[in-house]
Write a protein that binds this ligand. Structure first.
Ligand code: PD2
Ligand code: ZN
Length: 290
């Protein structure tokens, strides 16, 4: 009897792969549940190819070079060879306070001076509006109850201060200024929060291909703290139970080579309990963001 590859089978395979099961294990469980080997292999091949293409990865590169193609994908990040406690960026001496390998998370102190924090707040304050998030099914923006902050975007290089900070971030994270979005400034009042989310654009959403035309995927995030709230407001990473406390001039960086939950880069802004919280976020794209 001939067996056919159904949408359900493909979905099941995708779930198995997304849960971290290797192709060999998935093939074995398909055969154990009665699939003929040639049909199971074909279904696996087709599904994996779609899985990779949706994530902007050339399946041919993976076949030729093995899974190294997935791991070798360049992402932004600081140079931490030799385990430096401080990185000299010329116009700032930044301390490396904490680092985690997987997910890649690095916390920096003294990335911004107190004066730079105050100036960014002063430039942003008159332009704040209730934060919008990109609606990935249509590519448009909308008010999102999961994000109760007020925010605004600077154009890249809009002020000399923006340009100076952007050049500094480019040196810190070894990533071209041109691949960065303009700085976003957010203000959280007491009680405001940013519920856990991923910063990459969900490849399964129909609006994503349009968003990706400008600069490709986001591959890294730097959240810079512009003040020290009186209580609450940590940046949290629920998958690894990590909380980074907001301290004026400090920053948390994380990267994600794939737009996928397996990166463990789910993160949120915990509710502010007392005082205000101000941050500036820099998102880094794969390619030039013009
Ligand atoms: O303000 C934060 O801590 C925070 C948390 C999660 C900011 C963002 N995400 C962001 O700007 O993407
Ligand atoms: Zn975020």
């Amino acid at each position: 009897m001939s067996q056919t590859i159904t949408a359900e089978l493909r979905q099941w395979i995708t779930q198995q792969v997304a849960a971290g099961h290797g192709p060999e294990a998935v093939l074995q469980s398909m055969m154990a549940s009665g699939w003929q080997e040639d049909v199971a292999l074909q279904a696996l091949e087709q599904t994996l190819e779609t899985f990779l293409r949706e994530r902007g990865i050339d399946p041919q590169a993976v076949y030729e070079r093995g899974t190294a193609a997935l791991h070798d994908k360049p992402v932004p990040g600081p140079s931490l060879q030799g385990d430096p406690t401080e990185i000299d960026l010329g116009d700032a001496q930044v301390q490396v306070v904490m680092r985690m390998e997987s997910p890649r998370v690095v916390v920096f102190a003294n990335l911004l001076s107190a004066q730079e924090c105050d100036e960014l707040i002063a430039l942003a304050a008159p332009r704040l509006e209730r934060s919008l998030t990109v609606k990935t099914d249509t590519g448009t923006s909308e008010v999102n109850p999961a994000r109760t902050s007020d925010g605004m975007f600077f154009q890249r290089g809009e002020f000399p201060l923006c340009d100076r900070i952007e050049q500094r971030i480019a040196r810190l994270l070894n990533w071209p200024v041109e691949n960065g979005e303009g700085l976003q400034v957010l203000r959280y009042r007491p009680g405001a929060e940013y519920k856990p989310h991923y910063d990459y654009f969900d490849p399964a959403q129909p609006g994503t291909p349009t968003i990706l035309k400008r600069g490709g995927q986001r591959v890294g995030t730097l959240v810079m703290y512009l003040n020290t709230p009186l209580g609450g407001g940590a940046t949290t990473f629920p998958d690894v139970k990590l909380s980074v406390n907001p301290v004026k001039g400090s920053a948390v960086f994380f990267s994600y080579a794939l737009p996928h939950p397996s990166t463990q880069t789910l993160h949120g802004g915990a509710p502010v309990l007392a005082g205000e919280k101000w941050v500036a976020t820099k998102w880094l794209r794969e390619r030039r963001f013009e």
